[in-house]
Write a protein that binds this ligand. Structure first.
Ligand code: ATP
Ligand code: MG
Length: 419
C-alpha cells in the first residue's frame, strides 16, 4: 500500500460534516460583514512569495514547496494566502472597484514544517483581506470579524494579543535600539537568533527558545518608539475594540513571522491545544501591494487556521451538529415494493429530505440493521401489504415505535415531525 505523505491528512466521509459546519459559519460571517470571496490559484511564481512574504522569513527560507515546471519556471505552492490576493488585486485592477475592497479566502496552504500537533504540511486557512483603507476602523473591522467567527463557533476562551510594530520609520529607530541591546547578549542566544540580529532583529522577540525568551524580557519595547501617527493609530484600534467589548492584551512581543506587517499585528491564542496555540494571526500590511508591483495601497487582514479551529472546538467540547444524518431509510421486499421504494426515495429527496434506500440487494432484516447503523431517524417499510393498502410503516428508530402512514402523506408526516 502507498501511504499518505507525512504531515498531511485526509478528511473522511464521516468527518467532512465538521468541515462543512465550520465552512458554512465562516461564509455566513463573511456575508454578514459584506465580504466577498476571492479565489486565487494554488501555485504562483516563486518570486511573488520571495518578494511578498519576504526572504528573511522562515516561510520563504525553509518552508516552501517549490518546483520547476516543465518550462523551467520556478513555481511555489501557496505558503500563505495574502501574497496571491495582493497580486490578484493589482492584476485585476481591483483598485478601480469601490474602496475599500473586502475579500475573504478559504484555501489550502502548504509549508514544509516538522509535523506535530496543530502543525501540518498542508493546512487550511480562512482569511480576511481589506484593501484600500488606512483607517484604524479597518483594523477594528478585521478583528471584529475574527471575533464573530469565534463567537458563532462557541469558542469563548481565546486570548487576543495585539501590538503595533510601527511604520518603517519608527521601526528603523527601534531596530537600532534592539540591536544594541541584543548585541551585548549575543553569546547566550540560539544560533538562529544570532543570525537574526543583523537581518531581522524583531523576529527574535517571538523566538520560542527559553534563553532567547529570557533575554527579550528586558529588551526595549517597540511601543515606546512609535511615531505620533503610529501611536494614534494604535490607540484608536484599542479604543475601537473596547467599544465593541472585545477583550485584548497589548503584548509588545507579538511581531508575527511575515515581513509585510506594518503598525497593527495581532494573534488569537488558545491555551487548550498545546504549543501550537495560535488560531488566528493578522495585522496591517500597508507596503505589500507596492512591494509586489502595485500602487501603494493600505491593507489589513488575518489568516485563521481551520485545523486549529477544530482542535480548539474539540478541546472545549463545542458542539458540531451533523446536518447530513439521514432522515429516512426505506426498507423494501423486492419486486413491486422495490419500484415503490425507488419512487418514494426520489420524492423524499426532491423535497430536501435526506433519504437512503437499499442499493445492495439486502434482506429485510439486513436493511433494518443498516437503517440503524447509519442512524436514520425513520425506517420506512414498504411490504406487499403496505403496497396494496397505499400505506407505509414508519418506524421511529430511537423508540422502536411504528405507525402506519398513508403513502401520499409521508413527506408531510416527516416535515411536520421535524418542526
Ligand atoms: P505559527 O506560530 O504556528 O508558526 P504562523 O505565524 O506561521 O503560525 P500564519 O502564517 O500567520 O502562522 O498563519 C495563520 C494561521 O494558520 C496560524 O495562526 C495557524 O492557525 C495556521 N497555521 C500556520 N501554519 C500552520 C501549520 N503548519 N499547520 C496548521 N496550521 C497552521
Ligand atoms: Mg509558522
Amino acid at each position: 500500500m502507498i501511504s499518505i505523505p507525512k504531515g498531511i491528512k485526509d478528511v473522511t466521509p464521516a468527518q467532512s460534516y465538521k468541515w462543512h459546519y465550520i465552512e458554512n459559519i465562516l461564509r455566513d460571517v463573511a456575508r454578514d460583514y459584506c465580504v466577498n470571496e476571492i479565489r486565487t490559484p494554488t501555485f504562483e511564481h516563486t518570486e511573488l512569495f520571495a518578494r511578498g512574504v519576504g526572504d528573511t522569513t522562515d516561510i520563504v527560507n525553509k518552508e516552501m514547496y517549490t518546483f520547476e515546471d516543465k518550462g523551467g519556471r520556478s513555481m511555489t505552492l501557496k505558503p500563505e494566502g495574502t501574497a496571491g490576493v495582493a497580486r490578484s488585486y493589482i492584476e485585476n485592477s481591483l483598485s478601480s472597484c469601490p474602496q475599500p475592497v473586502k475579500m475573504y479566502y478559504m484555501t489550502p496552504v502548504f509549508r514544509y514544517e516538522r509535523p506535530q500537533a496543530g502543525r501540518l504540511r498542508e493546512h487550511h486557512q480562512f482569511g480576511i483581506e481589506i484593501y484600500g483603507s488606512a483607517s484604524p476602523q479597518a483594523d477594528i473591522e478585521v478583528i471584529s470579524i475574527a471575533s464573530a467567527v469565534f463567537k458563532r463557533l462557541g469558542i469563548g476562551n481565546l486570548t487576543l494579543n495585539i501590538n503595533s510594530i510601527g511604520c518603517p520609520e519608527c521601526r528603523k529607530k527601534y531596530n537600532e535600539a534592539l540591536q544594541t541591546y541584543l548585541s551585548s547578549r549575543i553569546s547566550d542566544m540560539c544560533n538562529t537568533c544570532k543570525e537574526r540580529i543583523a537581518k531581522n532583529p524583531l523576529r527574535i522577540l517571538d523566538c520560542k527558545e527559553p534563553k532567547c525568551k529570557e533575554i527579550t524580557l528586558g529588551a526595549p519595547v517597540i511601543l515606546d518608539y512609535l511615531c505620533d501617527e503610529c501611536k494614534s493609530h494604535h490607540g484608536a484600534v484599542c479604543d475601537g475594540l473596547k467599544a465593541l467589548g472585545i477583550d485584548y492584551k497589548v503584548n509588545p512581543n507579538i511581531v508575527r513571522g511575515l515581513d509585510y506587517y506594518t503598525r497593527t499585528v495581532f494573534e488569537f491564542v488558545s491555551d487548550n491545544i498545546g504549543a501550537q496555540g495560535t488560531v488566528c494571526g493578522g495585522g496591517r500590511y500597508d507596503n505589500l501591494v507596492a512591494q509586489v508591483g502595485g500602487k501603494p495601497t493600505p491593507a489589513v487582514g488575518f489568516g485563521m487556521g481551520i485545523e486549529r479551529l477544530m482542535l480548539t472546538m474539540e478541546s472545549i467540547g463545542a458542539s458540531v451538529g451533523n446536518p447530513y444524518a439521514p432522515k429516512a431509510c426505506i426498507v423494501d421486499m423486492g419486486g413491486d415494493t422495490r419500484a415503490a421504494a425507488v419512487a418514494l426515495a426520489e420524492e423524499l429527496r426532491s423535497n430536501n429530505i435526506a433519504a437512503e434506500r437499499d442499493i445492495s440487494d439486502r434482506s429485510v432484516k439486513a436493511q433494518l440493521k443498516y437503517a440503524s447503523k447509519i442512524e436514520a431517524k425513520y425506517a420506512l417499510i414498504i411490504g406487499e401489504d403496505e403496497l396494496k393498502s397505499g400505506l407505509v410503516t414508519v418506524k421511529t428508530m430511537s423508540t422502536g415505535e411504528s405507525n402506519s402512514v398513508a403513502r401520499d402523506a409521508i413527506v408531510k408526516f416527516i416535515k411536520e415531525a421535524e418542526l
